[in-house]
Ligand binder design. Structure first.
Ligand code: UD1
Length: 419
């Protein structure tokens, strides 16, 4: 397995381009199953999770053509199998996103249950309950969700809690249902809005995305289109955090500052000078030390759980004491034990980490446990004394496009060592 070796101590400087959003590209690729004609999706990031999605669609018999700029054209007219196998779903939970589209378009779907993962139990009960309310006949057998419906019916869905892929699955299913579906307590994430925009470009009638009530008027069919995925706000936030932790000065381009307001506010509170334009964000630490911040994760527009681990690393080397409360996932502090091995002073109590900033971190071999946890270890490595070796970086490759190339472009001393 590849490793990253990072020699800490260089402030990042320069500019980089942000890639397309993984969490928008995945549901949009699943949504192509709904269309009668070919759908071309642009600004797709080059990531392992995208490769897994392509493999999933490919195994169903869907035709995919990828050009050199990572535009993917998907044609579902050749679909043979309405099946998502365990071996793919367990490596990428977002595979569950094919459930709603397959059922709505083809009347049948067999999708593996994802099971637990490193950051908690992560059930999909709300996806299933919503589809049942829309008239689907669903049973779970042998670890698989078996769903059937001759045509889904519009329904009034009140979500017990805010779920991003749950909202997306039900919104996609509703596009081809008979009648109108209302989703209350819907997720408001920008990626949900991007999916709704793509569905509307395919001829769907979705309104209210971005708010907590989404309304979907079912139509008889959806057609092909060309849609470019929005920029990745978590990748944006991670590079801003990397600049901040190293005391650097960077510009990130091709991003959307409006999607990052909660993160930018915390970076400013931590002492960073942040300026934003239409499609760029500048961050400059101007020689000052980071200050600790208190963070509480919550669904959008509050502070994202996918930036929690990175801000844990910022607090580790900041002046003062900061608390990080994780309210979205039950077990998302795996990075804490690795950071402690580099000299971090962190006390964990339930879903809260109390972090006393230290003056220096020392390099150590550390192990990535999940996608964002691995980003926090890379950040710590950028400031630790010595060579930090990050193992199991396949987690990073799931969600960060060419991370070592982008960081090296900003002056970081980082290299990938193949297994
Ligand atoms: C998505 C993101 C992930 C992000 C998360 C929260 C994608 C592909 N992934 O994951 O990066 O960290 O949102 O912003 O977009 N839950 C239930 N029952 C359900 C569904 C969810 O109890 O049926 C719970 C989960 O266990 C969790 C909470 O709801 O505690 C939120 O999870 P959810 O928003 O569904 O996360 P994902 O959509 O899997």
């Amino acid at each position: 397995m590849d490793k990253l070796i990072i020699t800490g101590g260089t402030p990042l400087e320069g500019e980089i381009r942000i890639s397309g959003a993984k969490n928008a590209a995945l549901p949009i690729l699943a949504a192509t199953l709904l269309a009668d004609g070919p759908v071309k999706v642009g600004n797709i990031p080059h990531l392992q999770d995208i490769t897994t999605t392509m493999e999933l669609l490919g195994r169903m018999g869907v035709e995919l053509v990828v050009d050199e700029r990572m535009n993917i054209e998907v044609d579902c007219s050749t679909i043979r199998e309405l099946f998502a196998p365990y071996e793919l779903v367990k490596s990428m939970r977002a595979s569950i996103l094919v459930l709603g589209p397959m059922l709505a378009r083809f009347g049948k779907a067999v999708v593996s249950l994802p099971g637990g993962c490193a950051i908690g139990s992560r059930p999909v009960n709300l996806h299933i309950e919503g589809l049942v309310k829309m008239g689907a006949d669903v049973h779970v057998e042998g670890g698989y969700i078996h769903a059937k419906a001759s045509r889904l019916k519009g329904a009034h869905l009140v979500m017990d809690l805010v779920t991003v892929t749950g909202t997306e699955n039900l919104m996609m299913a509703a596009t081809l249902a008979d009648g109108t579906t209302v989703i209350e307590n819907a997720a408001r994430e920008p990626e949900v809005v991007d999916l709704a925009n793509c569905l509307n470009a395919m001829g769907a009638k979705v309104s209210g995305a971005g708010g907590d009530t989404i309304s979907v008027e079912g139509v008889d069919k959806l057609c092909g289109t060309h849609y470019d995925v929005l920029p990745d706000r978590i990748e944006s936030g991670t590079y801003l955090a990397a600049a901040a932790i190293t005391g650097g000065r960077v510009r990130i381009k091709d991003t959307r500052p409006r999607m990052l307001e909660a993160v930018i506010e915390k970076l400013r509170e931590a002492g960073a000078c942040v300026e934003v334009g239409d499609r760029w964000i500048d961050l400059d630490m101007k020689g000052s030390r980071l200050r600790s911040t208190n963070i509480r994760t919550s669904p959008y527009p509050a502070f994202p759980t996918d930036m929690q681990a990175q801000f844990t690393s910022l607090n580790v080397v900041a002046s003062g004491t900061g608390t990080i409360s994780e309210t979205v996932f039950e077990n998302r502090f795996m990075h804490v034990h690795e950071l402690q091995r580099m000299g971090a002073d962190i006390q964990l109590a339930g879903n809260t980490a109390v972090i006393r900033g230290v003056d220096r971190l020392t390099a150590a071999p550390v192990m990535a446990t999940d996608l964002r946890a691995s980003a926090s270890l890379v950040l710590a490595g950028l400031v630790a004394e010595g060579d930090t070796v990050v193992e199991r970086i396949y987690h990073i490759d799931r969600g960060y496009e060419s991370i070592e190339e982008k960081l090296a472009k900003l002056g970081a001393r980082i290299r990938r060592v193949p297994a």
